[in-house]
Design a protein around this ligand. Structure first.
Ligand SMILES: Cc1cc2nc3c(=O)[nH]c(=O)nc-3n(C[C@H](O)[C@H](O)[C@H](O)COP(=O)(O)OP(=O)(O)OC[C@H]3O[C@@H](n4cnc5c(N)ncnc54)[C@H](O)[C@@H]3O)c2cc1C
Length: 289
């Protein structure tokens, strides 16, 4: 059975290499000081998608990403590894999205792509760190979902997924179509293929190209596959009120950069008194509640 697979891939600042310039004076992320990378667990998701494509002849893998025009790089990185196509959701109206608005945008695009058998995303993005987007996409599309996946196979319209759970591994089955999120402990993604890099290195979305044109404009006319899909809110028939900032109920009041000192640490025993004391303190400080 051939499968139409969509991989959700986010371009994120490389929060694993945070230096002294990573935060602005206002306490927001200084994105220009951090290299933009393919979200690590989305690479694990891509590898699972490419394996399914190999095991099910005739299958296709497409990369779906929402971000600024430069996020087109995520699609190229996918094409270099064996994906067939990609879609960049980019529009000022998508900007400032929390997980609700992000999953709305991605779900709307998946509907527009149509007839998708499997949506595979990473478990979590390393910048927002919520792990909510995959499950929310499934809920918005009314699809089954399987999280914490390590290995996926498909037979007779049913996905069999090995899940990494506390204390072991469990195997579950879910009928297609299904949304699956993949753990970082799943197989790492294959490296870029040199031939595919040569084939796609000029691939770009129209908004990535300078307005005055590029030296490769002839190439884009001769090879339509080098022009990547770029969709706005209108292109996916989205409701602007549910996108970006206006569709985001989350409001970040303030971000503080806190560096703990050794003298601020407390050592607790496993006694009921110590644990009750800690919970009381957290409640009093309104850290939990
Ligand atoms: C410091 C910080 C704190 C934040 N706190 C919150 C918060 O408390 N509540 C909230 O709602 N939002 C929050 N956000 C915003 C949130 O990060 C964004 O909504 C983000 O676009 C999606 O959430 P996530 O990064 O947590 O993704 P996750 O839910 O962790 O991502 C899971 C998977 O979904 C897919 N995915 C996620 N985003 C995209 C995308 N743009 N394109 C394609 N695939 C994607 C990827 O496969 C990814 O691995 C925060 C952002 C930052 C930087």
């Amino acid at each position: 059975m051939s499968l139409k697979i969509v991989v959700l891939a986010k371009q994120v600042p490389d929060t694993r290499n945070v230096g002294k310039d990573a935060m602005t004076a206002e306490g927001t992320v200084n994105r220009s000081a951090l290299p933009a990378i393919f979200n690590p667990e989305d690479l694990n998701a891509l590898e699972q998608a490419l394996r399914l494509k190999e095991q099910n002849p005739g299958s296709t893998v497409g990369i779906l990403t929402m971000g600024p025009p430069r996020a087109g790089e995520v699609i190229r990185q996918g094409l270099y590894r064996g994906a067939d196509t990609g879609w960049l959701l980019t529009d000022r109206l998508f900007a400032g999205a929390d997980t609700l608005a992000t999953s709305y945008a991605l779900a709307t695009a998946i509907k527009k792509i149509g007839d998708v058998d499997i949506v595979i995303g990473g478990r979590q993005a390393i910048d927002g760190d919520t792990a909510q987007v995959g499950p929310q996409v499934a809920q918005k599309l009314g699809l089954n979902q399987v999280t914490y996946a390590e290995e996926i196979s498909v037979k007779d319209g049913v996905a069999t997924v090995k899940r990494h759970i506390d204390g072991g591994v469990e195997t579950v089955e879910a009928p297609l179509p299904v949304v699956i999120t993949v753990n970082g402990s799943a197989a790492p993604c294959r490296p870029q293929n040199a031939k595919l890099v040569m084939k796609y290195k000029r691939a770009s979305c129209p908004l990535e190209r300078p307005a005055e044109g590029t030296p490769y404009d002839n190439l884009y006319e001769e090879r339509p596959y080098l022009t990547l899909n770029q969709w706005s809110v209108a292109d996916v028939d989205g409701d602007p009120a549910q996108c970006g900032l206006s569709g985001s109920p989350t409001k970040v009041k303030a971000i503080k950069n806190i560096v703990f000192q050794a003298k601020e640490s407390k050592t607790l025993t496993a006694s009921d008194a110590d644990i009750e004391g800690m919970i009381k303190e957290l409640l009093d400080e309104k850290i939990i509640g």
